[in-house]
Design a protein. Structure first.
Length: 124
């Protein structure tokens, strides 16, 4: 019986990616940044409880989501965040999700949190 192991170039690419993840300690970065980001989102959610509902993802790195009050509010919010330079996406019926790259660090989280707060404040 023969087993195909895939394209050798893809295997080498995967090996190089894994090497960089280890070298740069990106999994630890995701954990630390995720904790930092979640804490910031909790604070903002207290200021805007009707806009950031059911915040989830604590302990899951930077993979964080929350619910908006309605689909129109969510869609308007996502469009407005683009005006602040942040590209986010919807998920499910009412949810907003964050799925940043592994190199997303605390400095990026600060920019995101500032933009989020400015966007929510501007929407009233």
């Amino acid at each position: 019986m023969y087993f195909r192991m895939g394209d050798p170039i893809r295997a080498l690419t995967a090996q190089a990616i894994i090497g960089e993840i280890k070298r740069l300690d990106l999994l630890n970065n995701v954990k630390e940044t995720g904790d930092y980001l979640y804490s910031g989102l909790e604070k903002i959610s207290k200021r805007f409880p009707s806009r950031i509902q059911n915040l989830r993802g604590q302990g899951e790195g930077t993979f964080i989501a929350w619910d908006e009050s309605s689909v129109p509010a969510r869609d308007k919010f996502l469009g407005n965040m683009k005006k602040f330079g942040v590209n986010m996406g919807p998920t499910g019926d009412l949810s907003v999700r964050l799925r940043p790259m592994l190199v997303f660090g605390k400095q990026h989280a600060d920019i995101f949190l500032e933009s989020l707060e400015a966007c929510l404040s501007s929407e009233g």
